[in-house]
Design a binder for this molecule. Structure first.
Ligand SMILES: Nc1ncnc2c1ncn2[C@@H]1O[C@H](COP(=O)(O)OP(=O)(O)OP(=O)(O)O)[C@@H](O)[C@H]1O
Ligand SMILES: [Mg+2]
Length: 500
């Protein structure tokens, strides 16, 4: 005889509370539903309420009838195997429930279908301990929910006459969000709401600030609108947008758009550079940003295809995936994890190989520019067998002239000194400093007297190397160190001329 073994709802639900949502991922899952319900405005309301804090997400989407709402309250209301509309942000038929109970023990849904309001509630405090009786969910009558002051006020504010929409209210919040028994409970609550807000500004930035032709969705936290945070720095002038690539999988396109953010010397302002660094910094925030139907699921990862590297730290790659490929990407219930299938991994690796140089170019461009500015640099960069070396340049006029005029014994000593300097260049120390955004390198600004002295010696050296007239002046104007006013340049030339 077959014996049916039913799960014990109380135990199952308590366990489901811990599948790993945080306040921000839970709120994002609720907002997904509002977006799928074609809301234009989503208001997140929250109140400490004298130690009885609550959070509500209220939208003006198409709402639900009573039957639809009852079905929506069911865990697994829609199977992941069922086909969904291409713009549906849902997948598992779980989010509204699992996200809510991860943050609270009492979740009430009030939904208006063109003015007809229905209400249902999950209350984990009412779960029975066996698999038979009450299991914590109920339909609330109009009398019941109208007696409830919070629901009454919210419905008054958000459900105008004949208007549709949905309110998800969380009460009996998890003490981790702010424990009323603790002195700093309220501060903790508002600090966590601040963190959640930042997260949502990133996750939904393409809805908050859509591209041309796409619908804008307004989200606010207690009436303060969220501001889109686009991690690709759209307003930074020196940002590079590299060519788009399309990866076709089972007839569906995955669109890959790489960006290289500017080096801090070109980012416009320190504030602008810091803004896109994010709290974790550029090194951490490099990588792929995966969007499913324009909603960010996973950010700043290379999927272990390459390590996070200083020289790639300005590269961020936007990847748009359609929900038709959910299965292959193994999207998790919280919509915060995804793994590319092997065939996509290979293509992504190819894209990285092609562009990982681009991040390097931003850094090395700087070095190249510094070198090109001077006609004969003081420091020479040499690449021998793929190894980079920095050497004091013996071709620099001043050094060349000095070596030429010295007796052999002294020039040998000087060369030994230069060899010492060259072979002990502190590459590690320099690399660490150069990679750190906070390092400010001193721009050497010698005093007038030093410039005059070095200038005179340089002019003599250039003459002894055969420079004269306009050529001499050009060499001088472009020499490193020798950054002086045109008047000083004239003075040096005339001083040197009179000394001849
Ligand atoms: N704000 C809302 N407006 C209208 N309908 C909603 C809203 N929230 C939820 N629903 C309905 O409730 C159903 C269940 O939502 P739930 O989030 O639990 O699952 P899902 O969105 O289908 O999938 P997922 O688990 O991936 O989020 C939805 O499919 C939708 O029909
Ligand atoms: Mg959902």
């Amino acid at each position: 005889m077959t014996r049916i073994i039913n799960p014990i709802p109380a135990a199952l639900l308590e366990a489901l509370r811990s599948i790993g949502y945080t306040l921000d991922t839970a709120l994002a899952d609720i907002i997904d539903n509002s977006i799928t319900a074609q809301a234009s405005k989503i208001s997140v309301r929250f109140l400490w309420d004298a130690g009885k804090p609550w959070i509500a997400v209220c939208d003006d989407g198409f709402g639900m009838s009573q039957d639809e709402l009852v079905e929506a309250m069911r865990f697994g209301s829609k199977s992941p195997i069922e086909n969904r509309d291409s713009d549906d942000l849902g997948r598992f038929g779980l989010g509204m429930k699992t996200a809510s109970i991860s943050q609270c023990r009492r979740m009430t849904v009030l939904s208006s279908d063109k003015g007809r309001i229905s209400a249902c509630e999950w209350n984990l405090n009412c779960l029975s301990k066996d698999d038979k009786a009450e299991c914590g969910t109920q339909v609330l009558s109009e009398d019941d929910w109208r007696k409830d002051a919070v629901l009454r006020e919210l419905s008054k504010e958000f459900f105008g006459k004949n208007k549709s929409g949905t309110i998800i209210l969380w009460r009996d919040l998890d003490p981790g969000l702010g424990d009323p028994k603790e002195a700093n409970g309220e501060q903790r609550f508002s600090a966590q709401m601040d963190i959640a807000r930042k997260h949502l500004e990133l996750v939904f930035h393409r809805f908050l600030s859509p591209s041309v032709g796409q619908k804008k969705i307004g989200v606010d936290f207690n009436d303060t609108p969220l501001e889109a945070f686009n991690p690709f720095g759209p307003s930074v002038p020196a940002r590079q947008e590299l060519p788009v690539e399309k990866i076709m999988v089972q007839g569906h396109a995955i669109v890959v758009q790489p960006y290289v953010l500017p080096h801090h010397s070109k980012a416009g302002s320190v504030a602008e550079y810091q803004k896109y660094a994010g709290d974790e910094g550029y090194l951490h925030n490099q990588g792929f940003y995966i969007y499913r139907n324009r909603r960010l699921i996973i950010k700043a990862t290379w999927f272990r295809l390459i390590p996070k590297d200083e020289l790639n730290k300005l590269i961020r790659i936007r990847v748009d995936i359609p929900n038709a490929l959910d299965d292959m990407w193994r999207i998790d219930v919280k919509k915060s994890q995804a793994n590319p299938p092997e065939i996509v991994r290979r293509e992504l690796k190819r894209v990285i190989n092609k562009i990982s140089g681009a991040g390097r170019i931003v850094f090395t461009n700087r070095a190249t520019r510094l070198q090109n500015r001077t006609i004969t640099p003081v420091w020479a960069r040499e690449v021998v067998d793929g190894q980079v070396k920095y050497l004091v340049n013996e071709a620099h006029p001043l050094l060349k002239a000095l070596l030429k005029d010295m007796p052999d014994e002294q020039s040998d000593r000087l060369r030994a000194c230069l060899e010492l300097v060259n072979s002990t260049f502190p590459y590690d120390m320099y690399y660490a400093d150069a990679a750190d955004d906070k390092t400010e390198f001193a721009e050497s600004a010698p005093g007038d007297e030093t410039v005059r002295q070095v200038g005179l010696q340089l002019v003599k050296a250039l003459r002894s190397c055969g420079f004269d007239g306009a050529e001499l002046r050009k060499q001088l104007e472009n020499a490193e160190f020798f950054k002086c006013s045109p008047e000083m340049l004239e003075e040096i030339l005339s001083l040197e001329g009179s000394a001849q």
